[in-house]
Design a protein around this ligand. Structure first.
Ligand code: MEV
Length: 437
């Protein structure tokens, strides 16, 4: 029977390892060896990783990979991706190559507005609250000036503060809906610091507002926090080419273009398909977000809310055939940073940003959206032609062989065998048995 532990965070790293290994694993000694095997041999690098989060006992590796040949706005990129799923990087690279000699990817920034809110309860007259807010609005900016000074010097800062009456959703519920420009920072700390200052100003100013009743002066701050829903921080990325140049030999170009458009219409018609369709897009988006040290949970949450903004969860990508031109595009909200956070701390994140030619946050938005679009193009292209398993199982072959404990020589010979045969779990097992006999 397991017992609760007190003061776990205060134990040394070794004590934490001993405790988890002894209490929660069958073979404590091999657990300890395993956890240590994943430590970095450079102790300063290990310390850095230990200190990213709390209660660290080891590192959890993800492959760090490169998808080359992405032509984006006439500039050539090799895109770093951190992801565990086989065939994602191969698919991205294939899509990049496909569009390389067709003009590449073009992108447009549709907005860079970040959002934060002060949520509060006001027990009184909404019109009087609005008058109070209009009269004190300037004070919010003034009280936050020490926080906003340096961001303003660089051209960013608070864009607007608006009072919102949400009492039709929840009794007495109002908010300060605040928008920000945070330039190359994702801006979470900046925004949250501003919001906490706004909540103080709101409370202090309300307490002394001459026209409020005693009850109105007691407005209650519930919380102040940025929003990961950023529907005005949006990037569009697209590709297009003449239908005749789609190179779909067997199926024919017209039929292929038509099926691609149908695939998107199906995702728009049925959330079961839309979720998987968008999951494929997130294979590309998350992998670049992780490699560049950004917050993939924030991006995921915001993107899925955006996919549901019409009231039905739908495709993030779009396609059309018009006047003989096939056009395929994506529109997603992305709040990213290329300064702050992990960007100057994690050695591989720094390297990823260097490989991407030290992008601004807006450039990174473009690269991430393109990775998502490329991923979706590759997935749909397989789905509407050969089916996904052919390519996927080929890429998964090495995982299967590693699971079966194949030697390097066995792997080499089996990979060669499956160049012309269909990969399946059973077929791989059989091929290995045949070699070993
Ligand atoms: C697998 O990770 C992603 C796909 O399922 C995406 C899709 O179905 O569009 C292949």
């Amino acid at each position: 029977m397991h017992k609760p532990v007190n003061g776990f965070s205060r134990l040394s790293k070794q004590e934490k390892i001993d405790w988890i290994a002894t209490n929660y694993t069958e073979d404590a000694e091999s657990t300890k060896t395993l956890l240590k095997r994943y430590w970095n041999t450079d102790l300063s690098v290990q310390k850095l990783h230990d200190e990213f989060i709390e209660n660290t006992v080891s590192n959890y590796y993800l492959p760090f990979s490169i998808a080359p040949n992405f032509l984006i706005n006439d500039k050539l990129y090799a895109i770093p991706m951190a992801i565990e799923e086989s065939s994602v990087v191969a698919a991205a690279s294939k899509a990049a190559k496909f569009w390389l000699n067709k003009g590449g990817f073009k992108t447009t920034i549709l907005g860079t507005e970040k959002v934060g809110q002060v949520h509060f309860m006001f027990y009184g007259d909404g019109a009087r609250l609005q008058r109070f807010f209009d009269q004190t609005k300037k004070q919010f900016y003034a009280d936050a000036s020490s926080i906003t000074k340096s961001m303003e010097r660089r051209g960013g800062g608070i864009s607007d503060i608006v009072l919102r009456d949400l009492t039709d959703q929840l009794d007495n519920y109002y908010q300060l809906h605040c928008t920000f420009e945070t330039l190359d920072a994702m801006g979470a700390n900046f925004i949250n610091s501003c919001l906490e200052q706004f909540s103080k100003t709101l409370k202090d100013q309300a307490a002394q507002y001459h026209d409020f009743s005693e009850e109105e002066r007691q407005l209650e701050i519930v919380m102040s926090i940025l929003s990961n829903y950023v529907p005005n921080c949006v990037i569009k990325a697209e590709v297009s080419c003449a239908v005749g140049t789609l190179d779909e030999g067997e199926m024919g170009n017209e039929q292929f273009a038509k099926k691609m458009v149908q695939a998107i219409s199906i995702a728009n018609a049925d959330p079961h398909r839309a979720v998987t369709h968008n999951k494929g897009i997130m294979n590309g988006v998350d992998a670049v977000i992780l490699a560049t040290g950004n917050d993939f949970r924030a991006v995921e949450a915001g993107i899925h809310a955006y996919a549901a903004k019409s009231g039905q969860y739908s495709s993030l990508t779009h396609a059309e055939v018009k006047n003989g031109i096939f056009r395929f595009w994506i529109e997603i909200p992305l709040a990213l940073g290329t300064v702050g956070g992990l960007t100057s701390l994690h050695p591989l994140v720094k390297l990823a940003l260097e490989i991407l030619q030290k992008p601004s946050a807006q450039e990174l938005m473009q690269i991430v959206a393109v990775a998502g679009l490329a991923q979706n193009f590759a997935a749909l292209r397989s789905l509407v032609t050969t089916g996904i398993q052919k390519g996927h199982m080929k890429m998964h072959l090495l995982n299967l062989l590693n699971q079966l404990g194949a030697t390097e020589a066995e792997k080499k010979s089996i990979v060669a065998h499956f160049k012309t045969n269909t990969v399946s779990n059973a077929a791989v097992k059989e091929a290995l048995q045949n070699i070993r006999q």
